[in-house]
Design a protein around this ligand. Structure first.
Ligand code: HEC
Length: 161
């Protein structure tokens, strides 16, 4: 019985969560702190396309978990148990891949590794996570969006050889 209750709470949170966000505007973090000089040409190529084509996709389909500071969490996110559940997931997502300040992404990896892992995750349709997709079918990446992201990754990789 307890199991069902937790499951219900979890589904409720996931379900209502994706409809909650408003985007805040915050200044970009200082770039030179996060980039190697050898990565600059790739970054210069990636940024304009990111702003024009990639960010709108990520904003709708990934920011809930990967850029939570740019979303306004719903009222129930401050309830004790639910707060813990959401914080755990958000922490995991931003720790691995933080989209808050755009490209370069935050986390422990280099730009090269980030592009590689993003390529893997997107081309295998691993994100957004399955349960989230079940609750938000419209947040699944479309084949066109996948192609746009994969082409953008290839553009960056061509400057990193
Ligand atoms: C419901 C929350 C949620 C959403 C929405 C979501 N992610 Fe994630 N993502 C996670 C979590 C949690 C992790 C860390 C654990 C894992 O790898 O499963 C993660 C990890 C990742 C990683 C790193 C994988 C690794 O192996 O290090 C990438 C890249 C990623 N997500 C991309 C995306 C993209 C692109 C989108 C949107 C199309 C997206 N995610 C949407 C929760 C989410």
């Amino acid at each position: 019985m307890k199991g069902y209750l937790s499951l219900f709470c979890f589904l409720f949170v996931i379900c209502a969560w994706g409809h909650a966000g408003e985007v805040n505007t915050q200044p970009n973090a200082n770039l030179s702190d996060r980039m190697l000089p050898s990565e600059m040409p790739a970054l210069m190529a990636l940024r304009p396309v990111y702003d024009a084509k990639i960010k709108p996709i990520f904003e709708k389909k990934c920011f809930d978990c990967h850029a939570p500071k740019r979303r306004t969490l719903p009222w129930y996110a401050s309830l004790p148990i639910i707060k813990g559940m959401i914080q755990d997931d958000l922490h995991g997502a931003t720790e691995h891949f933080d989209m808050t300040d755009g490209v370069p992404f935050g986390g422990q990896s280099s730009l090269k590794k980030d592009l590689k892992i993003l390529d893997k995750v997107v081309s295998h349709n691993r994100m957004p996570p399955t349960l989230y997709k079940l609750m938000h079918p419209s947040h699944e990446l479309t084949p066109e969006e996948m192609k746009t992201i994969i082409d953008w990754i290839a553009l960056g990789q061509s400057h990193l050889q």
